[in-house]
Design a protein around this ligand. Sequence first.
Ligand SMILES: *Cc1c(COP(=O)(O)O)cnc(C)c1O
Length: 710
Amino acid sequence: MSAHKPLTTTQMTDLINGLHRLAHNLWWTWNQEAQEVFQELSPRAWRNLFHNAVAILHEVSDYELRIRLQNPFFAQKVTDALHKFEKYLNEPATWASEHMPHLKEAPVAYFSAEFGFHETLPIAAGGLGALAGDHTKSASDLGLPFYGMSLFYREGYFQQSIDQDNWQTEFYSLLNPKNLPIEQVVNAKGEPIVCTVEIGRNIVHFQAWRVNVGRVEVFLLDTNRPENEPHFKDLTLRVYGGDSTTRIMQEVLLGVGGVILFRKLGIHPGVFHMNEGHAAFLTLELAREKIAEGVGFDHAIEAVKQECIFTTHTPVEAGHDRFSADLMHYVLGRYASHLQVDFDQLMDLGRVHKGSSQEPFCMTVLALRCSRAANGVSELHGEVSREMWQALYPGRSIKDVPIGHITNGIHLMGWMKGPLRNFWKRHLGDSWDRTVNETEFWQKLEDPEYISDEELWALRYELRREMIEFTRRRLLLQEHYLDRQHYIAFDHLLNVDALTIGFARRFATYKRAPLIFQQFNKIIDLVRDSRRPIQFIFAGKAHPRDEEGKKFIQHIIHLSKYSELKGHLVFIENYDVHVCRQMVSGCDVWLNNPRRPLEASGTSGQKISCHGGLNLSILDGWWREGYDGQNGFAIGPDSHPESVEEQDHIDSENLYRTLVEQVVPLFFQRDANGIPRAWLKKVRHAMATLTPQFNTWRMVKEYSRKYYTF
Ligand SMILES: *Cc1c(COP(=O)(O)O)cnc(C)c1O
């Protein structure tokens, strides 16, 4: 494009349409050039509207957009981003086209009650959603024929604020579909497609929204329809909202409604992948279809089994939905007649012991009974799950229980932050990202001739500073930190030279957020040493009904304001994908101290390796496989005592010991130029060994080879 020739009307229209298409495809969220286009349009709106590309295009008038595009440099940037986007969408040769050609006629349908894609679409509660989002992005990158299915929660997951008593309060804000990267699913005439699902004695109407995630489409079901009674309109209001009645009804909508929508759209999946038990009612609808064609119940279930696979995500009991027979009867009593069986037979599908009338209906049991393959999300979690569900397979020893494992990962390009991308761009040129998922890309980092210690350390400083400045901005907005008595000078808060330890995740009690402060006096001694500054950044939400989790938050904030930890410890409110991205890039050490073996995998620690952070973690979940003795820090041995109190006490002592004997000395062991050579050696080794392994490209390929083939 010549620098002076104005755009023709057609060129202009193409660019504007292209921008709208781009804003409505989350591909832009993992492609920096595209992201910069929206950022440049309005840097202020970019920040204030929470990086919402769709909303930015509403903010900028059509008139302004046309004038801005007359700037040849900006027009070129948009053209380049659109070119890359189109090329991605239309790429004929992908990993899947080569390795999984059979999926073309029989795509994967991936059902998940939550998806975490980006902060603009807050329809996830935590790690399960983040994983589903990363799975989907990688499925797109690899060219897998793949559809997602979930619900459109128009109030999303709750937002967290902290009151003057340091107590978590929850609030919800209504999402406006017009300002989101979603599009209503319509028919050829442009009218919304509306389906119905039977819930109890009611016919519930639902519509659907489509999220474009690169090449993949994810459908979000929504009962907010004028045909519905008010309480059904609100069925999809919130992520895991309400009581168990709401919960089971949401799950009927997701599972049964999801299959109904696929049929309506003429999509015929060859594999139904249940991401956690929430979606397991889909098996009933698949069975009903077969029974309606004259197949007997047992044969129908056998046939369903051939189509389904199931991933279980937690060994925590409360993480497995169980519904009483009364509730099941109320919601699915009539459904049993469609399956042409007694209600008890339907109940038995979800009971470990068939015929035991006292046993509630368990979604995990249904999912295990009705899938041809099942897996946990790390090696240890696979073992724990085999033990946990052995009773379902009478006569089999634990090792023969048919539950395998595929260890979770993260979508690298989605998590790598701006300064890190620029770093690689400077070194490798514009197409650096083509090889980012290859092992060699990361293995080369072991060689200090390739990237020098000085450069690596400068990058660490850049990332740490960005995070600290982000944290200062956020803390200024947190009213509870602002009461006059305990006023903190925000510009001086946190130290860019300090060893920065991060902890952020859901505040489920088994994750034991305050564990490190059990050794309070010793930690105080550590922070008093001004020659070796250290600081802690915490964030995370407790479930609205989890009083213990809220007490953990209160305790930590209390310490951050009133104890000697003040200035060395802060709590960032309202943890989400965005806060996570900041923290995992800027922290030097990522702390994870779950009560083993309850952390099925964990993924947040995987997000820090590519940024040059190190894990300090209990040998649970993914870390038990990732840790090789040199690529981070392990807390305690590869075992755990039976008693919970003993476990907490021993773990807190081991945690402190590792911190004071290994982490702190290594970080502050500097040469004459102030470079921590030995620390960086560990960082290099972590990048080389962890990043190529614990990502969702590897994970989705593994799912494809093991479970998506038939
Ligand atoms: C990655 C991620 C998680 C998972 O954290 P764990 O430490 O694995 O529990 C949770 N929440 C968000 C927003 C994430 O991005």
